[in-house]
Design a protein around this ligand. Sequence first.
Ligand code: SF4
Ligand code: SF4
Ligand code: SF4
Ligand code: FES
Length: 947
Amino acid sequence: MDDTKDFGTPSANSEKLVTLNIDGVDVTVPEGTSLMRAASVAGFSVPKLCATDSLEPFGSCRLCLVEIEGKRGYPASCTTPAADGLVVSTQSPKLAELRKGVMELYISDHPLDCLTCATNGDCELQDMAGAVGLRDVRYGYEGENHLDSKKDESNPYFTFDPSKCIVCSRCVRACEETQGTFALTIDGRGFESKVSAGNKDFKDSECVSCGACVQACPTATLIEKSIEEHGTPEKKVKTTCAYCGVGCSFNAELQGDKVVRMTPNKDGGANHGHSCVKGRFAWGYTTHKDRITTPMIRKSIKDPWQKVSWEEAINYAASEIKRIQQKYGSNSVGAISSSRCTNEEVYLMQKIVRAGFGNNNIDTCARVCHSPTGYGLKQTIGESAGTQNFDSVMKSDVIMIVGANPTDGHPVFASQMKRRLREGAKLIIGDPREIDLVGNTPHIKADYHLKLRPSTNVATINSIAHVIVEEGLSDQNFVKERCEDESFKIWLNFIKDPKNSPESMELETGIPADLLRKAARLFAKEKNGSIYYGLGVTEHSQGSTMVMGIANLAMITGNVGREGVGINPLRGQNNVQGACDMGSFPHELPGYRHVSDLATRALFESAWNAKIYDEPGLRIPNMLDEAISGKFKSLYCEGEDIAQSDPDTQHVTHALESMECVIVQDLFLNETAMYAHVFLPGSSFLEKNGTFTNAERRISRVRKVMAPKNGYEDWEITQMLSNALGYPMNYKHASEIMDEVAQLTPTFKGVSYEKLDKLESIQWPCNDEFPEGTPTMHVDEFVRGKGKFFITEYVPTVEKVNGKFPLIMTTGRILAHYNVGAQTRRTKNSEWHDEDLIEIHPHDAEERGINERDWVGINSRSGDTVLRAKITDKVQPGVVYTTFHHPVSGANVITTDNSDWATNCPEFKVTAVQVTKVTQPSNWQSKYQKFSEKQIDFVKNGEEKVS
Ligand code: SF4
Ligand code: SF4
Ligand code: SF4
Ligand code: FES
């Protein structure tokens, strides 16, 4: 597929076809296609400047004029629809003269510094001047012009140079149509018209640096600073963003082996050519000076690191694992993989544990984010994954978002969702905070914001279902045909109970009953209702109950099994779905098959030539508890930073200190690595082959763009460790690992790198029945056969507010940063967010004498920390909110070890706290500063033993 071809205008969706003749060639296109696109389909290229196929046609530049037989004048081909029987000429002497005249006007007000321009050779204005044969400008260059306009360099990633602007409006339209931010306008009229970011610098404007305007600009007016610095790229390699669960496809553009730009791929199934600031611009961490590329070992965390050869590091790690197992037993070691790893890496991690360590002590960071999704969806509908693709949202009539903040957490999908909302879909938001989609984003306003109290999700979803049942709004046919009768009857009895009514629950949830009833009616009455949710659902003591409540709601309203509907978990990190699919939970082999299942074990035992233990292994919290009690002694941790990301930091670091050999495989000396004895330097996503699976079950290729700076791809490191342990692995390429996954996992049966190269991406299940994948699941029946309703009794959390801890703290993310921030903090994204703040309602702040940016101490039952205050009414009284992107913030020093009853997913979203004005950092922060400075010093001043 040629993802660079620009057809000028978007494709039309009509099923009706029209046939016309263009320059002597008959061409058939869907009704609604522009003449420009039809000409492009026929193989002709009409000159254009203001048109591009990612944006609706605008018709301003007048370069794309054509002649139509029997019609007067010269219509713009970008805005004129193709019609049956038209005879169109794209070239004639008159058209050439007109186009030349248009180009002359543009060029006479252009710097013409092409030879020294950073985009020389990659500029549509230059191309068009050539295409229309412009050689000279009759008007001269001395007239009134914009050549002295001042450059705006405020954005860290791109420059705006108005002297090169042709006012084609592509940037303005990209910001509106593609991104949905409406940060740009054209100010003034005629000669005075100019692009404006609201009369502010880009950095201070509404701009969120998604790059859509830079992508759309046909000149060097909006241009990446990396291109200004290094020049235009020579080649490109298609790969997948390593940040969030949207899974955007990108072209890594290179000069030699240096990446100079990442551009979103038009054929990307998840992003269709769009991007956000992280994937588009924040890749500089891959070459950051903090990166460690030489293996290191040490006996104790009080010792400086010793830089050693790969052989020595691997042998040392293997000998320690063997020694510990001999001394403390087979169960004393385990591993944690990460959703940042590729599928192939995760697969090898669980394989080395099961076949090499001989136990099932493998867990993943999904434990602390979406494990309730896996559990809840498996129970109710039979598959631990979202039901739709992202495009499905374009057919939703009502969208319910619960506990998710898509504009910050899943920005590219948020843009698509905003497009649908601007088209008229209704919106219900369930969130304690006023997220942007509530009404702080242009042209979007939620129909209902259910501002529930943190921890009352289940009470809220039960009340919604109660109203739907009580008012006879359920889809009885769907329930009758698609769901288990018995479980439904039991559930019906439960949900009808007046205790679940919005009036009964109002005191708990804080949502006015009348408002909740209206929202429930809206959701039930619209034809296609979809539910999107995030960590605000799962990271609760009733996370799994809430996921089942969401599934119950989707089933009772018949909203599963077609486009526009469904249950859509918005996965946080890039490969949460894949990490779970690949068997990285202690109780499940790849494909969510329980380790106690004899047939599954037999299949893997025969393929792996190893015995698999039949009891579930330790979960992360169990590993930590057992480390403190002296039974768990060694951890192999790849790509995960539990010392920052897991709750109750002091408990985690105590556990790490209690172990005898902590092996960390990562890019940087992260917080966990500060407690490690072996550091195995990892490779970045640009340096390896593999696949990621996004929130839509879409498997996409990660391609090696450059050689690994550490010498090895991560899967090779795990393989070396396995071989040193005595369990042989001999993969030559990551594709062989995927072949093994396909051979052993029914839902991946048809997946191969060859097919991924051909199709770009595949949504599992991919098997004999669906060889090209499955965009929508549970179409005719649920994966488990009939859908099963579960009782979702609301049980208030044990984390109670009282006089000592009167506020509830909840946590979340912001656009600029990704999870623990280890990557994004090492990019210019920190310019937007260089510290975590505590958001507090003006009323609570005033009561405590707290002013904007005051230092405040936050105390919980687990610990205390100090952050600066941000006073905002986006949080409700009684609730404070913070992010956790900077280790020194210690957000997880205060979170408790309460967790989901079914999966142990921590209750990050509910911590009772007190907030007071203070003047100095917390004890923990002071100790942390000293400890981390020392550990960094241990790397800098470590002994070199590498030959
Ligand atoms: S970078 Fe994105 S948000 Fe910013 S002005 Fe351009 S299109 Fe708009
Ligand atoms: S900045 Fe670029 S895209 Fe925007 S109006 Fe100017 S030339 Fe067109
Ligand atoms: S961070 Fe997410 S939304 Fe942004 S480019 Fe990457 S995958 Fe896409
Ligand atoms: S490309 Fe058609 S008017 Fe500009």
